[in-house]
Ligand binder design. Structure first.
Ligand SMILES: [Fe+2]
Ligand SMILES: [Fe+2]
Length: 378
């Protein structure tokens, strides 16, 4: 057995940094393994003493550069660690996976943007959009919510939208507020599911507000199994009717921007930011109601800006900040008369759901009368 020559591993490792060719580096690595000049010479087919000379040459170079080799000659013992395989995904696979993921994400986002939602049945149609429900809150006017749900279920041609914040779903330091409400977290989720399923086939859109998304709420909502596709915060829809007429609706839990002089400031800003992409801009979240219709001759149609106050009629947070209590405007209802002669008659908005339903029923009866007159099925 060859007696190890007192070579110093730490010194050899520093000399490795001073090697100028791969051949030199490979010989030094062999020397680190064998700690034998002779065996390294044999491995590389060199004459005896060649590796010893190379090491001495490198020592001179390192010394010339100010390296204190003596300080590195502390021990001839060292620990040799095995080379282990990495559990990491190779970078090429990682990049390929990320490219495929982005492609799927973009395709899904693009398809959802201005997706065509067809309202079938013919004649005038309505869309009742529930403002922030906060169903589990003790301040939620549950009777008003049930009243509007009943209108949707019992009115022919009336569909539904949800602007978000279906439940409180308190998070972080706000979780202490669960102690101030009589509905438990479990019952809150049961109420949300009841709200979804009770109007299942009527939903045109369902937004997830900030409260909904807290505490993995997005995941819980998406697995409730309703018919409607749930949207995170906002949805851009192209509502289409049997005769091909279309109305673009941009619904968001909230749009950025507020003004004490104009409660629809955020919706108008969204209109400006989107360069007039939609005909209706609607939001919730701030628990204030307002609705405006602005005829836009250059766009050939009136534009609607609307905000629902929601069903949280008693709000201690708003009371403490000195905001006035909202009455009315819990929901926003739009009536679409696809057979209207002009754009002004095509879309009509209401802050009062009962009035909107009366208007829809009048329009549907008139449509049926006209259809009978012309011998066409309504
Ligand atoms: Fe809210
Ligand atoms: Fe909100």
């Amino acid at each position: 057995m060859t007696k190890p020559i007192p070579l110093f591993p730490r010194e050899l490792q520093v000399l490795l940094e001073h090697a100028s060719t791969d051949h030199q580096r490979n010989r030094l690595k062999s020397l680190l393994q064998t700690l034998s000049f002779r065996r390294t010479d044999e491995e590389f087919g060199l004459k005896h003493g060649a590796t010893w000379k190379m090491v001495n040459d490198l020592r001179r170079v390192a010394k010339g550069e100010g390296v204190d080799l003596e300080a590195l000659r502390v021990t001839t013992s060292f620990v040799e660690h095995p080379e282990l395989p990495s559990s990491d995904t190779p970078i090429d696979e990682l990049l390929a996976s990320k490219r495929a993921r982005f492609s799927r994400t973009k395709a899904a986002k693009d398809a959802a943007r201005w997706r065509k939602v067809r309202l079938r049945g013919g004649g005038p149609m309505g869309l009742l959009c529930f403002g922030d429900p906060h169903i589990d809150d003790d301040g939620c006017d549950i009777e008003a919510l049930e009243r509007d749900m009943k209108l949707v279920k019992e009115t022919d041609g009336l569909f539904a939208g949800n602007i978000g914040d279906s439940i409180n779903n308190w998070v972080g330091r706000l979780m202490r507020l669960h102690a101030n409400q009589s509905t438990t977290a479990t019952d809150a989720w049961r109420l949300a599911e009841w709200f979804l399923k009770d109007l299942d086939e009527h939903w045109v859109f369902w937004l997830l507000g900030n409260h909904d998304a807290w505490n993995d709420g997005m995941e819980v909502f998406s697995r409730m199994g309703g018919l409607v596709k749930m949207d995170d915060w906002q949805a851009r829809l192209a509502l289409t009717f049997d005769n091909g007429r279309e109305c673009r609706l941009h619904a968001a839990h909230n749009f950025p921007g507020t003004s004490i002089r104009d409660k629809n400031w955020g919706e108008k800003r969204a209109d400006a930011e989107s360069y007039g992409a939609a005909q209706i801009y609607m939001a919730g979240h701030l628990h204030t109601a307002a609705m405006q219709c602005v005829p836009c001759p250059n766009r050939g149609k009136p534009i609607w800006y609307a905000r629902a106050s929601g069903y949280k009629a008693i709000d201690s947070y708003a009371d403490n900040l000195g905001y006035s209590r909202q009455t009315g405007g819990e929901s926003l209802t739009f009536i679409f008369d696809q057979d209207a002669d002009d754009e002004m008659g095509f879309v009509t908005g209401f802050l009062n759901s009962a009035e909107a339903v009366d208007f829809l029923q009048f329009k549907r009866e008139r449509h049926e009368g006209r259809s009978r007159q012309h011998g066409v099925a309504a």
